[in-house]
Design a protein around this ligand. Structure first.
Ligand SMILES: CC(C)(COP(=O)(O)OP(=O)(O)OC[C@H]1O[C@@H](n2cnc3c(N)ncnc32)[C@H](O)[C@@H]1OP(=O)(O)O)[C@@H](O)C(=O)NCCC(=O)NCCS
Length: 196
């Protein structure tokens, strides 16, 4: 059941801090209630263990005034399949065409995104997506990384579309519980040459 949007005001950047998950956040994690059971369970049970193993990193968006955990996001490197001929800077992606592009592409993966159910609609999720893009751009300076991607629940596809994500498979694969979506990290970069 979709919860009603929060009556609380939208967050502005000066209203919160984003902190990397640590042991010290355990009490705040305990009171986090999310409409997504999986998102709530992952944060409470697995996020810190995964982070300690360097499998992923989790970031918490905490409101300054209340010190409440509003939203969290877990990211890692990942890869995903993109439809053949999906354009990337004017270059259709083809398996084994150039041995540079393949239809299996690396990404910064938003593995989990969740907002406390009383805090939905305040912008927490969007600020964390912005952080993922920023982290992707930083990684891109070290080693080429073309996309931020995620596996969206079917009912969240429009949410991510509004935030610049595209559906990776066209048409979407049938009978999947999630739809893979991606957003380019090269949007502002000049178009890639067509033949190289
Ligand atoms: C998805 C989720 C993380 C969004 O977090 P959030 O902090 O509420 O998101 P934001 O406040 O940044 O954005 C809210 C906006 O998105 C819109 N929105 C919310 N769900 C939507 C949906 N399913 N489709 C389209 N738009 C949606 C809201 O109406 C609101 O619009 P507004 O800015 O015009 O008022 C949150 O709803 C959540 O935790 N859901 C349960 C777990 C989940 O589904 N996680 C994602 C798995 S893919």
């Amino acid at each position: 059941v979709a919860s009603l949007p929060s009556a609380k005001p939208k967050l502005k950047p000066e209203d919160f801090s984003i902190q990397k998950l640590s042991e010290a956040h355990k009490p705040r994690m305990a009171s986090f209630l999310c409409a997504g059971d999986e998102e709530e369970a992952f944060l409470k049970e697995d996020a810190l263990k995964h982070q300690n193993l360097r499998l992923s990193e989790t970031f918490l968006l905490i409101e300054n005034q209340s010190q409440k955990l509003i939203s969290y996001m877990t990211i890692s490197f990942g890869s995903f399949k993109i439809s053949e001929n999906e354009p990337l800077g004017g270059v259709p992606i083809r398996e084994k065409q150039t041995h540079i592009f393949s239809s299996h592409v690396p990404c910064l993966l938003i593995a989990k995104l969740g907002t406390d159910k009383e805090e939905e609609g305040r912008g927490g999720g969007t600020f964390l997506i912005d952080l993922a893009v920023q982290k992707g751009l930083e990684s891109n300076k070290v080693l080429a990384l073309p996309f931020v991607a995620l596996h969206s629940r079917l009912d969240k596809v429009d949410y991510y579309k509004k935030r610049g994500f595209l559906v990776a498979f066209t048409p979407a694969k049938k009978n999947e519980g999630t739809i893979t979506m991606y957003r380019g990290l090269m949007e502002t970069a000049p178009s890639l040459p067509l033949n190289f």
